[in-house]
Design a protein around this ligand. Structure first.
Ligand code: Z5A
Length: 212
């Protein structure tokens, strides 16, 4: 009898949301659920996840290239993603490991498409080029009014290049995330992240139980 998880296909799960909504905190919770279910997984993040990707992350978030053009920013996000997909994500899925990723292409639609107001069709073109048919199986969208995330993030660290943006930018980011969730309700599950952590985790548990 097979005593391993009933899920034969490894899943690619992403966490999304605007700043400070609790992705890092809830990543820990999801990891504990996977461990309890004896599921082999890797944890990774974007931008980043490889040595090259982490170097690009430092350029994208830091002060050194603060004035980079929006197109440069978009292409660096996808350069980091191309490396990440080739070196980490596809190999892990091929080995049968689940992939738990803090942000992925939905973030590009939200931040570069919504926040920076770049043409969504350019993002879709890059997505097709870099990912082919690879898409997350499940995306947990942690959603909260931007002031909630801002207040939580503000308590924690000095703001990065994105966190210095204005409320209008983050309202557009949030709206694109919500629009995408409404267009793809099977894949993208909205979690009310404005509630306290235990209530957020209960919602995550309800969603995850269907996959475990
Ligand atoms: N970016 C992009 O533009 N395009 C792309 O394609 C990609 C990314 C992939 C880096 O992301 C930046 O890259 C991001 C978008 C851009 N910039 N922004 N904004 P990141 O994920 O590394 O950075 P972040 O969004 O700022 O995430 P964060 O700062 O790590 O926040 P978080 O992980 O969502 O939150 P947290 O650290 O778990 O929680 C923040 C605090 O709130 C902490 O003290 C917690 O204890 C507390 N917390 C968490 N949940 C709760 C609840 N429910 N109640 C009360 N307090 C809570």
């Amino acid at each position: 009898m097979n005593t391993t998880t009933s899920h034969k296909q490894p899943l690619f799960i992403t966490l999304e949301g605007s700043e400070g909504v609790g992705k890092t905190s809830n990543m820990e919770y999801i990891k504990s659920m996977l461990k309890e279910s004896a599921i082999d997984y890797i944890e990774t993040r974007e931008p980043g996840g490889t040595p090259l990707g982490e170097a690009l992350r430092a350029m994208l978030l830091g002060e050194d290239f603060k004035g980079m053009s929006d197109d440069t920013e978009l292409m660096l996000m996808f350069a980091a993603r191309a490396e990440h997909v080739a070196q980490v994500i596809r190999p892990a899925l091929s080995r049968g490991q689940w992939v738990l990723c803090d942000r992925f292409t939905d973030a590009t639609y939200a931040y570069q498409g919504g926040g920076r107001q770049l043409d969504m069709s350019r993002i879709a073109g890059l997505e097709q080029w870099v990912l082919g048919d690879l898409r997350p199986d499940l995306t947990l969208l942690l959603d909260a009014p931007i002031e909630v995330g801002r207040e939580r993030a503000g308590k924690r660290s000095t703001p990065d290049r994105f966190e210095q943006e204005r409320d209008a930018f983050f309202n557009r980011v949030r709206q694109v995330y919500l629009d995408r969730a409404n267009n793809e309700p099977e894949r993208i599950k909205i979690i009310d992240a404005s509630l306290d952590l235990s209530q957020v985790q209960q919602q995550i548990k309800r969603v995850m139980m269907a996959y475990l």
